[in-house]
Design a protein around this ligand. Structure first.
Ligand SMILES: Cc1cc2nc3c(=O)[nH]c(=O)nc-3n(C[C@H](O)[C@H](O)[C@H](O)COP(=O)(O)OP(=O)(O)OC[C@H]3O[C@@H](n4cnc5c(N)ncnc54)[C@H](O)[C@@H]3O)c2cc1C
Length: 446
């Protein structure tokens, strides 16, 4: 009779697809067999994880890199706004995770449960220990819907409550817009850092567009309730957006945080963050955005996060402040810039150059400028293209006023950027528009 060890070995062989791509996780008794050693381990197979993995796959070679990612599907989340707004389908927004994996890279289909940064290994949910020489953390941001009382119940039971931030809920958004008849349509932004801080507004402008197209706008009171004290962090775009909201007849209130949803009575309850007063609004439609945080599995490791609870990296080099063989990028970091895929594109290049330098024993020279971007859809066919850096000053690619609503920018967002994402960013080929910006601005200054 085959011993348990042999059975595990057989199972192990069956689980390895072509170039050792998929590493299955095993039961506790098989932990030692599953133990693995890698030159580079990347945690998270999202935007940042694949951007970095693709860049190092060739250089490090077969079997030297592993990506730890539990999900079978990879979502292009920037498209969720268009899905919620009825301009794309959810089907168009995802690919199987395995199809994005570069040749020779192992996929550990599991979640990280523990980090031991002092001894250079991580432990997965199923108990496998994975050792690394270098680690890249790209675990994104955690959605905390449960922190708004009644929100998950409302999302589950009320077809008119939706949220573009998670796949099952984003599918509800366009249905809610189409089925809207009359009353209050409310859009919220929570009191925490979030990914794509423009997204809560973009879907509101698309709802406004559809209500008008359906001849229902006169029946709708559109409310924007944001925890922020402004429309957007960069004044140039904040001013432009305030004008857009005013012209569309949207009721905007700042420093208002959604704290409870009562779906039986169709009420949304807000706290005024300035004075603690409570505002209760009836809703006919509610698009809510959850509070967010760095994933719990990271925040429990106080040596990895800073005092505010985000992965503690040097903002210039993206190297961890305490552990030189750890780098991080994207939404889970404390990089003082807006959390977007656009930011990840620039970060991935800086990380690549600096980690390469470290691997080759050379000094790290690449410096991140904080580049981030947010294509602010203001209606079907128009976008304000916000692009800025660390100092909240515009860092625009095109030598035109990007705070103006433009059709060209809309097509860039809707038709061109999906290709840039699937063929460029997650394949390791798109590093942000830095050089394009230089060329275009040089052309103008001549
Ligand atoms: C509605 C919406 C609209 C947006 N619009 C835009 C836009 O217009 N432009 C723009 O640039 N950006 C936009 N974004 C933001 C953009 O999608 C994110 O900023 C970007 O995906 C961040 O990349 P990341 O790698 O940090 O995180 P993610 O891409 O979220 O990847 C994190 C990965 O880590 C994995 N992970 C988590 N925990 C673990 C664990 N314990 N073990 C292993 N793996 C784990 C997750 O499964 C996930 O695959 C939008 C996002 C949303 C939701």
């Amino acid at each position: 009779m085959a011993s348990l060890k042999n059975l595990v070995k057989l199972q192990s062989r069956l689980c390895l697809r072509d170039t050792s791509k998929v590493i299955c996780s095993f039961s506790t008794s098989a932990r030692d067999d599953a133990k693995k050693d890698y030159k580079l381990v990347v945690i998270g197979g999202g935007t940042g994880g694949f951007a970095v993995t693709s860049k190092f796959a060739k250089k490090l070679g077969k079997g030297q890199i592993a990506v730890v990612e539990p999900n079978e599907e990879h979502y292009y989340q920037s498209m969720f706004t268009l899905v919620g707004g009825g301009l794309k389908t959810l089907e168009q927004a995802h690919r199987p995770t395995g199809s994005l994996l570069p040749d020779g890279v192992d996929w550990i289909k599991d979640s990280v449960a523990e980090f031991d940064a002092q001894n250079n290994f991580i432990v997965t949910q199923k108990g496998d220990k994975v050792r690394y020489d270098f680690l890249v953390i790209a675990m994104g941001i955690q959605l905390n819907y449960e922190k708004i009382k009644g929100a998950l119940d409302a999302l589950k039971h009320d077809p008119m409550v939706c949220s573009n931030y998670r796949p099952p809920f984003v599918s509800k958004t366009f249905e809610a817009i189409k089925n809207f008849k009359e009353g209050n349509a409310i859009f919220t932004l929570p009191n925490t850092p979030i990914k794509c801080a423009g997204a809560p507004q973009k879907i509101m402008y698309l709802a406004d567009y559809h209500f008008r197209a359906m001849g229902k706008r006169h029946n709708a009171n559109i409310y924007y309730r944001t925890s922020l004290p402004f429309m957007f962090t960069v004044k140039k775009y904040a001013d432009a957006l305030f004008e857009v909201a005013k012209n569309r007849g949207i009721d905007v209130a700042f420093r208002r945080c959604l704290i409870e949803v009562k779906h039986e009575s169709k009420e949304a309850i807000f706290e005024d963050l300035e004075n603690g007063n409570i505002e209760t609004l009836k809703y006919a439609m509610l698009h809510l955005v959850p509070p967010m945080s760095c994933p719990d599995v990271l925040t429990k490791h106080k040596d990895i996060v800073d005092e505010t609870g985000w992965v503690d990296v040097n903002k210039d080099t993206l190297q961890h402040k305490k552990y030189p063989n750890i780098f991080a990028l994207g939404d889970c970091t404390n990089l003082p810039t807006s959390k977007t895929a656009a930011a990840v594109s620039s970060q991935s290049r800086v990380l690549q150059r600096n980690l390469n330098a470290l691997l080759d024993g050379k000094p790290m020279k690449a410096v991140y400028d904080g580049y981030t971007s947010c294509p602010l859809i203001t209606t079907k066919g128009k976008v304000i293209m916000a692009e800025f850096g660390f100092d909240q000053e515009p860092l625009e690619t095109f030598p035109i006023n990007q705070a103006k609503e433009r059709r060209f920018m809309y097509h860039l967002k809707k038709d061109f950027m999906p290709h840039l994402y699937w063929k460029g960013l997650v394949k390791g080929h798109w590093n942000g528009p830095k050089y394009l910006r230089r060329i275009l601005h040089l052309g103008m200054s001549k």
